[in-house]
Design a protein around this ligand. Structure first.
Ligand code: AMP
Ligand code: ZN
Length: 141
């Protein structure tokens, strides 16, 4: 299957086999491999084979394929590594912490007391504020 590529992109190079990786699996639309800067043991990435930077531009069927691959890796991690939990994380844009602009889902096994800063304490919101944004967002669908 043909897909867009960016010759300067590190994940495109991994997909093409030009840069080595600890490849876990691949299928027609996706590849999964180990993250080389793991937040915890077992941290892996599920990536699209094609170069689409973010969730708003990736074809929905490719996003679904990446999610399916992330699920497969998460199941293997849960079974084999028995972490306290697993986070699936997908960043879009620098403001969200995205450092590689090639769509990917992190599979992050969690351990008690790790310092991965993903979790927050819920605080009650202002209903008028929620409603105002809700109306804008709903109109944009
Ligand atoms: P993000 O910051 O969400 O864009 O995630 C990019 C991830 O890619 C980071 O966790 C990096 O550690 C990881 N990464 C960057 N280069 C490589 C590489 N060559 N092989 C494996 N993982 C990489
Ligand atoms: Zn790429």
């Amino acid at each position: 299957m043909s897909h867009p590529t960016d010759p300067s992109c590190i994940f495109c190079k991994i997909v093409a086999g030009q840069v080595p990786s600890f490849k876990l699996m691949e299928d027609e639309a996706t590849v999964a491999f180990m993250d080389i800067n793991p937040v915890n043991p077992g941290h892996a990435l599920a990536v699209a084979k094609g170069h689409w930077p973010t969730v708003d531009v990736v074809p929905p069927e490719v996003l679904a394929a990446v999610a399916k691959t992330a699920q497969r890796i998460a199941k293997a991690a849960m079974k084999e590594l028995k972490p306290a939990g697993v986070n699936l994380v997908q960043a879009n844009g620098e403001g969200a912490g995205q450092s590689v602009p090639h769509l990917h889902i992190h599979i992050m096994p969690r351990r008690p007391g790790d310092d991965v800063s993903l979790n927050w304490e819920p605080k009650p919101g202002d209903m008028a504020g929620i409603k105002a944004v809700y109306e804008k967002l709903k109109a944009a669908l």
